[in-house]
Every structure is written in structure tokens, then in C-alpha cells.
Design a protein around this ligand. Sequence first.
Ligand code: BDR
Ligand code: CA
Length: 308
Amino acid sequence: MTRYIIDCDPGHDDAMAILYAAKHLDVVGLTTVAGNSSLENSTRNALAICTLAGLSLPVVPGLDRALIEPPLDGAYVHGATGIDGADLPAPGYDPLDRHAVDFIIETAKAAPGELSLIAIGPLSNVALVLRLEPRLAGWLKSIAIMGGSTTSGNRTPYAEFNIVCDPEAAAIVFGAGVPLSMVGLNVTRQAGIAERHIARLREGGGRVSAVMADLLAFYLAKMQERYGTPTAAMHDPCAVIPLVKPGLITFQPLPVHIELGEGPLRGMTACDSRPMRRDHDQPGASRAANCDVAVAVAGEACVDAVID
Ligand code: BDR
Ligand code: CA
């Protein structure tokens, strides 16, 4: 049985991903990272979501900044607290008094080959554990990433938020040799949360679904304000869906390069999707694939699965 740690920066869509994963998978802890908001906010929000849902998952704070990149945040989508828009309960318990990187390493070491990570924030914690404990690359079963894009970005024209928050960390993770999957904006934008999904949550009747409905109403309004779309992209749950319902998202093994240059492409996940054999060395040949990249999605079925 695979066990999972979710590395996150909650975040409205992180909250959905956490609840969906906790319902269907053996989640053994949440590690937090600065991203949508400060580390302090990520940690408090993770605890509040768990408290809301009656979960007592260990919440373990990690890095409060990127390895090199100056801080960015996602307040323009998630609000000043990182998860504005609902009356969340105060955290009912404390974070663990240890560092996320130690928690991940010790959990993986205790049962090599049984732990997978679900990474739905900047990859700072994940990169640091891989550098601190090189054996981790062999101990981890896989890393499921929400990040990147095979098409356009969101935080910049070319780069997706989680990757551009910490491009050096992403380069470390994509080069680590761990089995990786990347679910990016090209797919998550097709899994759109609409008013009707929020209405279904309100009909659910319970406190959890009522709070989630308020959160998603705020998120949808912010996304409409920023992007002018009628729906809000359900980013982070799309990293979890393939682990619960394989088949809703289709993957292709591809070489992915993380652009680290200081120009406008910084943080881009450049995917080599040329139809080319990868087992020869002709001029311009592809590198070996380093990631299973999401290329197609049954968007409505994905949103339904999570709302249900
Ligand atoms: C990603 O950035 C964050 O704002 C979301 O939580 C998601 O992880 C989407 O680009
Ligand atoms: Ca996130």
C-alpha cells in the first residue's frame, strides 16, 4: 500500500486536493511551504482545513522561502491569508515541532519504496530533501506534481506559479531521477469549477461542504476577475486524481527542461513533445524522458469526482 505526504501551500485548490486525497488515499502527513502565502499562513491554513474535516494529519512546516528566487505570492487569487473567503475554524492542534525535510526523509527511510509525494506548491521542500538525502531518490516511489504547463503560463506568460516561485528547486526535482508526473495548466485549465459545482456543494448540507462552497465562490470570483473565464481552474486536485481514478488524465513520457535563465522564459517547463524516437543520437535528438507529462483530461469528470 502506498503512503502519501502532501507538500502544499493552502490555497483554495490545495484545500480541495487535501480533502480529496485524505478521503481516498493513505495520507500520512502534510508538509507546508511558502507559496500562495507565507509559510506561517500555509501551516495555519493546513491545520484549519484538517480541523474543519475532523482530520488529525500531522502538519509539518518546511521552507519559508525559495532556494534563490525572491518571494512571490498568490494573494491576487487566494487573498491575504492565502485562503480568504470562508469562516474556517481555528486550528484545533499544533504543527509538529520538527522540519518538513526531516519528516519526509524519516518517513521514506522507514519504508523504502512505499512513500510517494504529492507536491502542489513550490518545490522548495522537495528539492531540499533530495539534496540533503540523496538516497531519497531511490526510497521514494514517485512524486506527483501540480506545476508547469505544456502551453502558456499563469504567473508569467510562459511560467506556471509553482515552478516560477522556485525554478532552481524545480530543476533539482526534475533532474533527480525519481519517477515524476507533472499535471500542468494545459490540463488543469480544462477542469473548470463553475457556479453549478458550488451550488452542488451547498446542497451537500454539511459544514465541510458549506465552507468549501464559500472558499470556491471566493476563488471563482478572483479567477474571473483575473482571467475573465466563466470557470476557475481546479489545479491542485488534478495531481491527486490520477492516483485515485487512473484514466481521467492521460500522460506522455517527455523530456522536460526547467528554464533558469534570467529572461522572460524563467520558470518555463519546456517539454520536448516532438514525435521523435528517443533512442538515437542524430542531430537535435531528444534527451531521455524525465517525467510523465499530462497531455489530456476528461475535465468535467475530474471536477465531478472531487465535488462528489
Ligand atoms: C498553482 O499555484 C497556486 O496558486 C495553486 O494553489 C496551484 O498550486 C497553480 O498555478
Ligand atoms: Ca498550491
